[in-house]
Design a protein around this ligand. Sequence first.
Ligand SMILES: [Zn+2]
Ligand SMILES: [Zn+2]
Length: 213
Amino acid sequence: MIKNISKLNIVRIGSDITYSSLKKIGSGILESFCGLIKEVDFSHHDSPVVESIDAQLLTMILDEEYAGHTLGITDADLKTEDDDEFYNSILGGKNPKNDVAVVSTNKLTPQNLNTDRKYGLFIDRTLKVSLHEVGHNFGLTDHASYRPARNGLLCPMSRGEFNKFGYRGYVKVIIDGRGKNFCDECIHFLKSVYGHRRPSKHFLKDALVPSAH
Ligand SMILES: [Zn+2]
Ligand SMILES: [Zn+2]
């Protein structure tokens, strides 16, 4: 479980996404994880221009370099070792062995990005996939069913089925269908696990002491 939860490192890998877009994503994350994440820190990770990156390897590199609660955003395709071709390229992932989640914008880009509306959609999608992966960092799990939050939109942890839609369809139905508010069950989980935390110096210090197991 994450030791220092109140700060999130957002790391850009590659350079397609602008700094101001990253800031929008950062403030969206702060809003959705209101009270839990209190600070976001932005960094740029230099990497050679590549078409695809091994997702697992990337989380390990970021963990070594940044440590702690981290979200990497890249425009390269994220690959996994899954034999099924459909699953070996992912929108986002989280390494359960550390507190690093990664998101690929590669399949989130609308067909042409030349209008403000399309660019807004692109940022929105990246934020929604980021919320899902950061949610995993906090211990939230996928909803296989389409679970609405109170505002009627899908909870960011809704996963649905890839195979049913194909990538483009999946992005339109599931990612675009997600809102930015978590459902009651997710909120209950976050409250019961982290709700008692108070942002006092003493408590944060204690929270940083590595657990014995
Ligand atoms: Zn998930
Ligand atoms: Zn939920």
